[in-house]
Design a protein around this ligand. Structure first.
Ligand code: GRF
Length: 209
């Protein structure tokens, strides 16, 4: 069985969706860089091992990432899922998990990489917004996109209302893509994603698009 670690920094609603999805892989550990992340409580309630590795205890990103890597090796992890993990990862760390590490981002990538995506969508006046699951590569929010789901932005929308609706999409598409990685329908070879043995050209679009 594929062993999964989920990396978190905060609330962990995506972690909860992954737990509730009963994936064919097993979540063997939840690692947080913040001791007060509510995600840790969610993991404990589900009897999943937790670890806190605070970035503040390390002089550089490199040694912080190496400490996380050692924890992942100790858990004998095959797949790493970033779920609201708010630290930028070093290329050295990312390269060790290439093709095995997923992230979910609250925008329709390649639009709005980085933070404050909902506010930036409102500022620009976009009518379409959503979320993207992608493989993680060294450049921030730039690995190949695997799946996207979208909402239309309404006149009365606020950061909170957009965050709310996008979160609901996230909780649907992230467990689905994680399951594909666990059951071998989603693979990665030489910098390219494959879905059901075919080169994945464009992200898979989920309903409500
Ligand atoms: C999500 O919006 C996700 O897209 C982003 O961080 C947020 C995490 O939320 N990467 P939660 O902790 O899973 O509730």
């Amino acid at each position: 069985m594929i062993k999964i670690a989920v990396l978190v920094s905060g609330n962990g609603s995506n972690l909860q969706a992954l737990i509730d999805a009963n994936l064919s892989g097993q979540i063997v550990g939840v690692l947080s860089n913040k001791a007060d992340a509510y995600a840790l409580e969610r993991a404990q309630k589900a009897n999943i091992a937790t670890a806190v590795i605070s970035h503040k205890d390390f002089p550089t990103r490199e040694v912080f990432d190496e400490a996380m890597h050692q924890q992942l090796l100790a858990w004998e992890v095959d797949v790493v899922i970033l779920a609201g993990f708010m630290r930028i990862l070093t290329p050295t760390f990312v390269n060790k998990w290439q093709g095995k590490m997923l992230n979910i981002h609250p925008s329709l990538l390649p639009a709005y990489k980085g933070v404050n995506t909902h506010q930036r969508v409102l500022n620009t006046g976009d009518r379409l917004h959503g979320c993207t699951v992608h493989f993680v590569t060294a450049e921030l929010d730039s690995g190949q996109s695997i799946a996207q789901s979208a909402i239309s932005v309404k006149e009365h929308d606020t950061v909170a209302s957009l965050a709310n609706r996008v979160h609901r999409l996230e909780h649907f598409i992230y467990p689905q893509v994680a399951e594909w990685l666990c059951n071998g329908q989603l693979t990665w070879k030489d910098g390219q994603a494959y879905f059901r043995n075919q080169v994945l050209k464009d992200p898979i679009r989920f309903a409500s698009w």
